[in-house]
Design a protein around this ligand. Structure first.
Ligand code: DUC
Ligand code: ZN
Ligand code: ZN
Length: 454
């Protein structure tokens, strides 16, 4: 074997147990109570540490053209940051250009990721923006190529009309794909934005005030109703609000295949951040909501009505955020998160707020299952050796200087974490070691995924 991690505590979605874990040619090849008799090139004693599957961040925007600029992290910088936070697979939301067949979007972004040099493995979802001229039929080509998830934006200039969303949902059933939706009511948020602007109310607080709870909740309910009417699966991205939690929970109780993702920023912050002097740095869509929503999200995380944690990682440089210092409409929407997701959730586990198996389920096993990444997301023989060694006793305070993104600030500045990853392996290769990125540009491969079972 190439490497044996000995004496660690293995964490799966259902249990934690002491074992040795062996790696060969990038795969997990053995898990056993005692592998001390097995020949290997390197043996690492990880007593007192947890051995976890690498996380999967199913929601990032790398090199994303948005808000008059491009997000700060390209495929290399974003995946370097991911590796240093124990995330070994990222999904990028790649947007279809007008008139582009969806498989062309995939090929274009795959080439871009290759040129920029991803440091860990990645997969793509495609944001559908144009359904003219038979482009709906091109969903099948993308699925055949290995991309079996698409996104619909109910907001933004590039969002699609309700009827097109409905057609995509219907087509997803035929193609074995999963539709992810950014649900907010565009008409209402535009009306509120214009009203506040006319009244000269342009501070970052009005980003939230123009997109309050009901703007997301109403759209969540509508999207879920359409999926229910077609009996099509639906995945709600970045769920942020109490009404949305209720809608998801109810639909699931009724037996519908509705999945929900939330992000650390909605679990940790409330809309109060928009009153801060640096409130513009927190502007993302949907915005963080009030305390009852935050509590509802934690409740759903604990009882299993939220399936995944992802980040919506889409950072912009301080100078770009400053464009909207006096006018929230000019702030590029998005924040950093990819490096902090797993440490944040694991720290919550370490503090007893959720269990370690639940953190692993939310951050690794569930995204692998929902988005059909058969080789990822769990510690089992035959899986890719995407592994995190976690020290539950290491205290860590987030500072811009100890992060690995190309962005020049972080909304997580000063966050105190209890426990932190000390090593990350991507397909058996060490990519992060005790504070330092030790991986390589271009190591990451694109995952081609199978369609979902129909
Ligand atoms: N929301 C953001 O904040 N940034 C990127 C796209 C999105 O929907
Ligand atoms: Zn979104
Ligand atoms: Zn997003």
């Amino acid at each position: 074997m190439d490497l044996i991690l000995c004496n660690g505590i293995i964490v799966t979605p259902t249990e934690m147990y002491r074992a040795d874990l062996g790696i060969e040619n990038g795969k997990i090849v053995a898990i056993g109570a005692d592998l001390s008799g097995v020949l290997c090139s390197e043996r690492l004693d990880v007593a007192g540490k947890l051995i976890l599957p690498g996380a999967i961040d199913a929601h990032t925007h790398l090199s994303f053209p948005f808000g008059g600029t491009v997000s700060a992290d390209d495929f290399f910088a974003g995946t370097r940051a991911a590796a240093c936070g124990g995330t070994t697979t990222v999904f990028d939301y790649s947007s279809q250009a007008p008139g582009e067949r969806l498989v062309e979007t995939v090929r274009r972004r795959e080439a871009q990721a290759k040129a920029e040099g991803a440091a860990v493995d990645f997969a793509l979802h495609v944001g559908i923006t144009d359904l003219s001229n038979g482009l709906l039929d091109s969903m099948q080509e993308a699925v055949d190529y290995g991309v079996s998830s698409f996104k619909i934006y109910m907001v933004y200039d590039f969002g699609v009309k309700d009827g097109d969303f409905y057609r995509v949902l219907q087509k997803s059933k035929e193609t074995g794909s999963l539709i992810c939706v950014h649900a907010e009511n565009k008409e209402i948020l535009t009306e509120l934005t214009n009203r506040f602007a006319a009244e000269g109310k342009l501070s970052p607080w009005y980003h939230y005030a123009s997109r309050p709870e009901f703007v997301a909740g109403e759209a969540d309910r509508r999207a879920i109703d359409w999926a229910k009417s077609l009996n099509a699966p639906l995945y709600i991205v970045h769920l942020s609000d109490l009404e949305g939690v209720r809608a998801v929970t109810q639909a699931r109780d009724e037996g519908f295949e509705i999945y929900a993702e939330t992000c650390p920023q909605y679990l940790h912050f409330t809309c109060d951040v928009f009153k801060r002097e640096d409130g513009r740095n927190f502007v993302c869509s949907p915005p963080m909501k009030d305390q009852p929503s935050r509590e509802a999200l934690w409740g759903a995380v604990r009882r299993g009505d939220i399936d995944t944690i992802a980040t919506d990682h889409c950072p912009f440089q301080q100078a770009e955020k400053d464009w909207g210092k006096d006018d929230f409409r000019k702030i590029p929407n998005g924040c950093s998160g990819v490096e902090i997701m797993y440490p944040y959730m694991l720290s919550k586990a370490n503090l007893g707020e959720i269990t370690f198996p639940r953190a692993v389920e939310l951050c690794a096993a569930n995204p692998a299952r929902i988005f059909v990444c058969a080789e990822k997301g769990s510690l089992a023989v035959g899986k890719d050796a995407d592994i995190v060694v976690y020290d539950p006793n290491r205290e860590f305070i987030v500072h811009q200087e100890n992060m690995h993104s190309d962005c020049d600030h972080t909304i997580w500045e000063g966050l105190r974490l209890h426990g932190y990853p000390v090593r990350t392996y991507s397909r058996g290769r060490l990519v992060y070691d005790n504070g330092a990125f030790v991986g390589e540009r271009g190591w990451g491969k694109m995952l081609k995924r199978l369609p979902r079972k129909r």
